[in-house]
Design a protein around this ligand. Structure first.
Ligand code: ADP
Length: 467
């Protein structure tokens, strides 16, 4: 539970809010209480000084002269004023009921004043400020009495209490608001995270089509978008993998089924004549050859997919093209196809010799296979920093609708014709992978007047001079 983001957010919000509220409820009160204390002490001391001043000049204090002197003192608003003689006996008391006149009043402030020093204090208790102050009355440096003043103030206390209860109310409203807001915020946040987690879990369990639905443009929504595009790629890769596996098994199944059928026929037909047997065995051999071609192509594609790219060297394309021409001339003759090429010198690319050989021979092989007896022309040029190789035939060409797909694995325009011609449906995708991983491009188009043309463009390797 403590690991949950919602709990962590909630707790941190709560502690911040609590700290702010505690501060709000204590600091202003402490400060204002302190200000009241200070001002009270000062006013009390001033009032006492005024009274001491009016008593100064008397050589001794008695009830009459004190009463006469105090009569001229202005109304002070104090709750009680006491004047004692030097023994602490009260000579004057403003309190009407329970007057202390004639009695000894030994309040600590009075005792302190009779010892010669001033005293002042203020306390806040039971909803009232209680302030006390006292001073000695001197005559020729002799203490002849003391003045004591007491104030009981509920007005300022009420103001302070009002402030306190207002602060409490404000805190309550602010606290509740902040709590609600933090709850909403943390819920919104964790809701987004849990949506993301659900999407991750679903995709991890194989539901590659599931996407995270997160609204807004915050960081979590951005993570959601990034996750969705990752899932898109995963889905594409997974779809391609599934299609590839199913296509590959289908391709392997067809020749295997033919081999089985042919061998069963040989076994089950009694006294099969030698010629038929030979024909069947030849067919078995052809199918086996097809199987090995498919597996070879598959192995090549697996290597290309592994992402391990063999180190490139500068390859001069012309000698490789000449070698392919030598290898293919027999096949061209057999098919009655006129195979010609024109080439510029100095066409160098960064690749491996095997790759260049494979690319040229796959394209030439296709052109011979599908040219339907028409001529096949190959040209090799260096143009605008690129080496361009084009293989053109006068066959049926490729239907426009199929053009964008012919580089896909196992894609064939006409399955039967391709199979009859010994095709695996992998040749062009091998070409495309090999060219693209060296930074090149390959495209197919139809020629005006009939036939197809395949053009490969590699970036020209440095060092080859342009011709
Ligand atoms: P295949 O082994 O079947 O030739 P490829 O990948 O080499 O497989 O080619 C894919 C498909 O593209 C072929 O089946 C064929 O339909 C079409 N194709 C390739 N080259 C040509 C061409 N020169 N003329 C017409 N169609 C072609």
């Amino acid at each position: 539970m403590w690991n949950s983001l919602r709990v962590k957010f909630g707790l941190s919000y709560l502690s911040i809010i609590a700290a702010v509220l505690v501060l709000l409820n204590t600091y202003p009160l402490v400060v204002s209480e302190d200000m009241v204390f200070r001002s009270k002490v000062t006013t009390m001391q001033n009032s006492v000084s005024v009274m001491v001043y009016s008593l100064s000049g008397l050589d001794e204090l008695n009830e009459e002269n004190v009463a006469a002197a105090m009569a001229v003192v202005e109304e002070t608003g104090l709750s009680r004023i006491l004047v004692t003689d030097s023994d602490g006996k009260a000579l004057y008391d403003t309190r009407e009921t329970g007057s202390a006149v004639g009695n000894y009043v030994l309040y600590s402030e009075i005792v302190q004043a009779l010892r010669g020093s001033d005293a002042a204090s203020c306390v806040y208790r039971n909803g009232a400020f209680r302030s006390r102050a006292s001073s000695p009355v001197l005559y020729q440096n002799q203490i002849i009495g003391a003045v004591y003043a007491y104030e009981y103030d509920v007005e300022q206390a009420a103001l302070l209490e009002g402030l306190q209860s207002n602060l409490k109310r404000i805190s309550l409203v602010v606290g509740a608001g902040a709590l609600l807001l933090s709850l909403l915020l943390s819920m919104a946040l964790t809701e987004k995270i849990s949506r993301l987690m659900t999407a991750i879990r679903q995709v991890r369990e194989g539901a590659y089509g599931h996407r995270a639905q997160i609204r807004g443009g915050d960081e979590i929504a951005q993570i959601g978008d990034a996750f969705n595009s990752l899932a898109d790629r995963l889905q594409t890769t997974e779809d391609a993998r599934r299609r590839f596996v199913s296509d590959a098994s289908h391709e392997l199944k067809t020749p295997l089924a033919a081999i089985r059928l042919l061998s069963d026929s040989i076994l089950q037909t009694e006294n099969m004549d030698q010629e038929t047997t030979r024909e069947f065995v030849t067919d078995i051999g052809r199918e086996a050859e097809r199987l090995s071609r498919i597996t070879e192509d598959l192995l090549q594609l697996t290597k290309l997919d592994s992402g391990i790219i063999p180190p490139a060297a500068v390859v001069d394309v012309l000698p490789v093209l000449e070698q392919v021409m030598r290898m293919m001339s027999l096949m061209a003759q057999e098919n009655g196809v006129e195979l010609t090429f024109s080439a510029q010198d100095g066409c160098r690319v960064k690749a491996t010799r095997d790759e260049v050989y494979q690319v040229i021979s796959n394209l030439t092989d296709n052109a011979l296979k599908y040219s339907a007896g028409g001529p096949v022309q190959i040209s090799l040029r260096k143009l605008h920093g690129q080496v361009a190789l084009s293989v053109a035939d006068r066959g049926p060409g490729i239907p426009e609708a199929d053009l964008p797909r012919i580089f896909e694995r196992f894609y064939r325009v006409e399955k039967a014709r391709s199979r009859a011609a010994g095709g695996t449906g992998l040749g062009l995708s091998i070409v495309s992978d090999m060219v693209r991983r060296r930074g090149g491009t390959v495209e197919a188009s139809n020629r005006s007047g009939g036939g197809a043309v395949f053009t490969v463009r590699w970036p020209a390797a440095e060092g080859g001079e342009e011709l």
